[in-house]
Design a protein around this ligand. Structure first.
Ligand code: NAP
Ligand code: MG
Length: 477
C-alpha cells in the first residue's frame, strides 16, 4: 500500500484504512492507497506551517529557484519511470503520459527561472514619503487536483506556489495519485526541504473537504467539477480564504466558411479526443458556418472513423476512461443522445484485443445538435463531439458564448479583421486563432469565466495568484 507524504516522510494514514485502486486498462485491482482523513490533513497543514516558518521561508528567491530547477531536472531524469506510473494509473497512452511528465518538468524549470524576477513597485506619493509595494507568499496553500492530468496539474499548481515561497498540502484525486507520491520523493531528493510539500491521499469528501475547511490554509486551489467547486468555495469562505477554481468547460471551435480545413480538421479532432476527451479545455463543440456545414462535417467524420481506441502501450489515439463510474456516466450520456434522436455522424474504432474489464469508450460525433440540447450545453468529459451550424458572425458569437462555461475558444478563419473581432467578443480565459492549445503552453495564463471558475494559473500571472502584496509607507520628513 502506498503511504501519505508528510513532513518529508512516508507515513500511513492515521486511521490505518486504505482505498483499492483499479486499473483502467483491465478493471483489475492493482494496489491500495492510504485513506487519509481530517487528522492527517491537520498533521500536513502543521508541517507546512513549520516549513514556512523555517529554512524555506527564509531562503532567497534565487536559492528557491535553484531548488525548483533541480526538481525539473530530476523529473526529466526519471521520465521513463514517471510516465509509466502515469500511464498505468490513468490509462492514458504512454506517449501522452510522457508529454505530461515533460510538462511537469517544464513547470518547475519555468517557475524556477521566474522566482527571482518578481519585483515590487515604488509608488510616488506625498512629499517626505517613500512607498514600496512588495510581494510576499500567501502562506500555506491547499491544492486539490483531479485525475485527468495528474502530473500536469501537480506542476501547474505546485510550481508557482513554491516559486513564491509558499508551502503546500496537496490532495490528489483518489483515482490517480501515484505520480504525485513518487514526485514528492524525487523532489525531496532534489533538495526540497521537509514539510514544504505534503501529500494526503484519500477521498474528496473526507481528506479534500477537511483540507478546504482547515483554518490553517491561506490560499486554496481546486481543479475539478463545478459542483465540488461550490463546496470548496463555501468551505473556504468560512475562513475568509481566497480560492482559485478551474472547473471545466464546453469549449467551442468556431469554423467559418473561409477556414483552411487542411489545417483545421486534424486539430479540431485532436482537441476532443486527446486524453479520451477527459480534458477541461477539450474542444467539445464544433460550430460551423451553415453554408459549409456538410463539407466540414464530411471531413471531420472521415477522421473520426479512423480514431483508434486501444491499450496505452500501443500508441492509440485514445486509451480507456479513468474509472468504471466515469465509463458508465459517459456511455449513459452517449446513449441518452442517441435515444433523443440525435444523428450519429461518425464513430471511432475499438481495437480487437481490449481486455473485457477495461473502460473503453467509442468516440462519437453527433450533429446537427439543437442549441438547447444537453449535449450542446453540458460537459461530457469523454470523446464526444457536438456539431452545430451557425449563420453569421453575430450568430457565431452568440452560440459560442451561449453556455454557462467560458474556458477556451478557437476560431478558424483566414479573415484577419474577423480574427480580431472574434478574439475580443468571445468569452473565456484563452482564445486561439487558427490553432488550439488544450493543456499546452506553460507560459500562457489560463483560467475561466462563469461556471469554468475564476483565478488564473500558468504563465507569470500565476505568481500574482500565489502571492499577496504589502504596501510599505516610509515617512522621512
Ligand atoms: P470531482 O469530484 O470534482 O473531483 C476533483 C477533486 O476534488 C478530486 O481530488 C476529488 O477527490 C475532490 N473532491 C471531491 N469531493 C470533494 C469535496 N466535497 N471536498 C473537497 N474535495 C473534493 O470530479 P470527479 O468526480 O472526479 O469527476 C466528475 C466530473 O468532474 C467529470 O465528469 C468532469 O466533468 C469534472 N472534472 C473536471 C476536471 C477539470 O479539469 N476541470 C477534472 C476532473 C473532473 P476524490 O476524487 O478523491 O474523491
Ligand atoms: Mg473523483
Amino acid at each position: 500500500m502506498s503511504s501519505l507524504f508528510i513532513d518529508g516522510q512516508q507515513c500511513p494514514a492515521s486511521g490505518g484504512q486504505s482505498i483499492v485502486v483499479h486499473s483502467p486498462v483491465t478493471g483489475e485491482v492493482i494496489g491500495e492507497i492510504a485513506r487519509g482523513q481530517a487528522q492527517d490533513i491537520d498533521l500536513a497543514v502543521n508541517a507546512a506551517r513549520r516549513a514556512l516558518n523555517g529554512r524555506w521561508g527564509q531562503q532567497s528567491a534565487t536559492d528557491r529557484g535553484r531548488v525548483l530547477v533541480r526538481i525539473g531536472e530530476a523529473v526529466l531524469r526519471h521520465i521513463d519511470e514517471l510516465a509509466d506510473i502515469e500511464a498505468r494509473d490513468t490509462g492514458k497512452p504512454l506517449t501522452l503520459a510522457r508529454k505530461d511528465i515533460e510538462a511537469l518538468a517544464r513547470y518547475f524549470e519555468f517557475y524556477g527561472g521566474a522566482c527571482d524576477k518578481v519585483h515590487g513597485e515604488v509608488i510616488p506619493y506625498l512629499p517626505g514619503y517613500s512607498v514600496n509595494v512588495v510581494r510576499e507568499p500567501c502562506g500555506v496553500v491547499g491544492h486539490i487536483i483531479p485525475w485527468n492530468y495528474p502530473a500536469q496539474m501537480l506542476g501547474r499548481t505546485l510550481a508557482p506556489a513554491l516559486a513564491m515561497g509558499n508551502t503546500s498540502v496537496l490532495k490528489p484525486a483518489e483515482e490517480a495519485c501515484l505520480t504525485s507520491l513518487r514526485f514528492a520523493q524525487i523532489a525531496t531528493e532534489a533538495g526540497l526541504p521537509a514539510g514544504v510539500l505534503n501529500i494526503v491521499t484519500g477521498f474528496g469528501r473526507e481528506a479534500g473537504a477537511a483540507l478546504a475547511a482547515h483554518p490553517g490554509i491561506n490560499l486554496m486551489t481546486f481543479t475539478g467539477s463545478p459542483a465540488v467547486g461550490v463546496a470548496i468555495q463555501t468551505a473556504t469562505a468560512a475562513n475568509h480564504v481566497k480560492c482559485v477554481l478551474e472547473l471545466g468547460g464546453k469549449s467551442p471551435q468556431v469554423v467559418f466558411a473561409d477556414a483552411d480545413l487542411d489545417k483545421a480538421v486534424p486539430v479540431i479532432v485532436g482537441a476532443i479526443i486527446q486524453n479520451a476527451g477527459q480534458t477541461c479545455s477539450a474542444g467539445s463543440r464544433l460550430l460551423i458556418q451553415r453554408e459549409v456545414f456538410d463539407q466540414v462535417i464530411e471531413r471531420v467524420a472521415a477522421r473520426f472513423r479512423e480514431i483508434r481506441v486501444g491499450l496505452p502501450s500501443s500508441a492509440p489515439d485514445c486509451g480507456p476512461i479513468i474509472t468504471q463510474a466515469q465509463f458508465l456516466r459517459v456511455n449513459q450520456f452517449i446513449q441518452e443522445c442517441k435515444d433523443s434522436g440525435l444523428p450519429v455522424l461518425a464513430e471511432g474504432i475499438l481495437d480487437d484485443n481490449l481486455p473485457a474489464g477495461g473502460y473503453y469508450v467509442r468516440p462519437t460525433l453527433f450533429g446537427p445538435v439543437p442549441r438547447t440540447h444537453k449535449l450542446a450545453q453540458e460537459e461530457v468529459f469523454g470523446p464526444v463531439l457536438a456539431a452545430l451550424p451557425f449563420d453569421d458572425e453575430d450568430d457565431a458569437v452568440a452560440l459560442a458564448n451561449g453556455t454557462d462555461y467560458g474556458l477556451v475558444c478557437a476560431v478558424w478563419t483566414e479573415n484577419g479583421a474577423r480574427q480580431h473581432r472574434l478574439a475580443k467578443r468571445l468569452e473565456g480565459g484563452q482564445v486561439f486563432i487558427n490553432c488550439y492549445g488544450a493543456g499546452g503552453g506553460v507560459e500562457l495564463p489560463f483560467g475561466g469565466v462563469r461556471k469554468s471558475g475564476h483565478g488564473r494559473e500558468k504563465g507569470l500571472l500565476a505568481l500574482e495568484e500565489f502571492s499577496i502584496t504589502k504596501t510599505i509607507v516610509f515617512h522621512h520628513g
